[in-house]
Design a protein around this ligand. Structure first.
Ligand code: BG6
Length: 489
């Protein structure tokens, strides 16, 4: 987590991007690099080597980069391209020819996940991950990291056969978001928060990642993945651990990751009965008609993949015992919002005997991650008038009102941190595996029961009724998901 005003430029290095002709390079990596250069955080001695199978040559690669992003001439001068098959040893021989042994190198796996292990193994065989003297060699792995517990364990094993854990940077792009990093600042830089943050004061926590988009052109890969694997063990569990972790002794990578690991270890394995899955049907969002998921490109018409999931988790430790954490995420919902809502226990009611409990507004502290970035605190006030009537009002902090925003893809911090060797915003092997371990019973149960329990929800709604029932069982309700002005269908 860099403090940009005081941060130095990264040391001289080469960024080798596997899968460099793909979407991620143009859409995220190049704009992020450009922003980093703007902020003075890249070294003058910086180079890019793109590796992919297409035979397009240096010029073809540079043209491709130029098409995707403006203002990157500085990078074009420093970029090379290597065409080769990921499984072929010659590719790595040729790559070694472009990298001096004493050069710092960041190998970025921006490829389909099926290639991760192959590339890591070949890099290892070619000796490209060997660190000689002061030069470092690092491996950045994109998500998804495995598709269940055994595959994640196997991938970790394969990678750790050729690299040390400190050389591996497993990306979860949620950790690059300002507002996600702000969760820790909000919790640990404000003295009033800690006394609230426990089972004595908190009734329950809701974590919502609602999207208005459908699967768009990703039908093929999404259909093999589904909402649970796509979002929960990574993005939602990151939010969960940042909300629930104990204060680390410092912000060093292992201090932070040890605390996160402890939270995941304390999460009870999920009971399939505490999970709701559903798939979107037809509907309307922002005035536009949305076709059912099963009619999306490359999705089989009888697909049983879930596009929505809601679950209830329990954390068995002294801080959180008895406080349910409800998580939900879905595609084509009524509004786009990622938020964490901390619902505080009701005040003792003695003073307001005449007021029905349900009309006393619960204190709700909401951390808005996106698209409205900020924090809201809801509390009760007296409605003006001769009698005592209570209503809930919101006190709001909005980032855009308080600060000038800087252009950001969310990848800037992550790339810079890799170059600086700061792994605090990256996933460690054990936390990845702990996430899958929590969910494995659900994956097993779903496999057994097939599609029997797959309800549908209307596109543009707040999700399936079954998700409401999950909370209603405990006498609780989800926060409403409605469109906001920043929503785009
Ligand atoms: C990705 C998922 O990791 O995160 C996508 O694969 C999802 O399905 C995306 O849409 C959400 O990211 P963001 O930054 O838009 O919240």
């Amino acid at each position: 987590m860099a403090e940009t005003e005081t941060a130095p430029p990264a040391p001289a290095c080469t960024l080798v991007i596997f899968g460099a002709t793909g979407d991620l390079t143009r859409r995220l990596l190049m704009p992020a690099l450009r922003n980093l250069r703007h902020a003075g955080l890249l070294p003058d001695d910086f180079a890019i080597v793109g590796v992919a199978s297409r035979d397009i040559g240096d010029d073809g690669f540079r043209d491709r980069l130029r098409e995707g992003v403006d203002g990157i001439d500085w990078f074009i001068e420093r970029s090379r391209y290597l065409s080769g098959k990921f499984e072929a040893p010659q590719t790595y021989k040729a790559l070694a020819g472009l990298l001096a042994p004493d050069r710092n190198v960041l190998f970025y796996l921006a490829t389909p996940p099926s290639e991760f292990a192959v590339i890591a193994a070949q890099l290892g065989k070619a000796g490209l991950l060997k660190e000689s003297g002061v030069a470092w060699r690092r491996l950045v792995v994109e998500k998804p990291f495995g598709h269940d517990l055994p595959s994640a364990v196997a991938l970790n094993k394969q990678i750790l056969r050729v690299a040390r854990e400190e050389q591996v940077f497993r990306i979860d792009h949620y950790l690059g978001k300002e507002t996600v990093q702000n969760i820790l600042v909000f919790r640990f830089a404000n003295g009033f928060v800690e006394p609230l943050w426990n089972r004595d004061r908190i009734d329950h926590v809701q974590i919502t990642v609602a999207e208005t988009v459908g699967v768009e052109q990703r039908g093929k890969s999404y259909d093999a993945t589904g909402a649970l694997r796509d979002m929960v063990p990574n993005h939602l569990f990151q939010l969960l651990t940042m909300i629930a972790m104990e204060p680390p002794t410092c912000f060093a990578a292992d201090a932070m990751r040890n605390e996160k690991a402890k939270v995941l270890d304390a999460v009870r394995r999920v009971e399939p009965a505490d999970v709701v899955r559903a798939q979107y049907g037809a509907g309307r969002i922002g005035g536009e008609t949305v076709k059912p998921y099963r009619q999306s490109p490359d999705v089989p018409p009888d697909s049983t993949t879930e596009t929505y999931v809601a679950l209830k988790l329990a954390i068995d430790n002294w801080r959180w015992a008895g406080v349910p954490f409800y998580l939900r995420t879905g595609k084509t919902l009524a509004g786009r919002r990622t938020e964490i809502s901390i619902q505080v226990k009701q005040a003792p009611l003695a003073l307001f005997r005449g007021t029905p409990v349900e009309s006393l507004p619960p204190n709700d502290l909401t951390l808005h991650i996106q698209p409205d970035e900020g924090v809201t605190l809801r509390f009760g006030v007296k409605v003006p008038g001769p009698t005592v009537k209570i209503d809930g009002v919101d006190m709001k902090f909005r980032y855009e009102d308080a600060f000038e925003t800087v252009p950001s893809t969310g990848y800037e911090t992550l790339i810079y941190d890799c170059m600086m060797g700061d792994a605090s915003l990256f996933q460690r092997a054990d936390t990845i595996e702990a996430g899958w371990r929590i969910l494995q019973p659900v994956l097993d149960a779903w496999k057994q029961e097939g599609a029997r329990a797959l309800p549908t929800y209307e596109a543009g709604s707040a999700g399936p009724k079954e998700a409401d029932d999950l909370l209603a069982r405990d006498g609780r309700r989800w926060r409403t998901i409605r469109p906001n002005e920043k929503d785009r269908p």
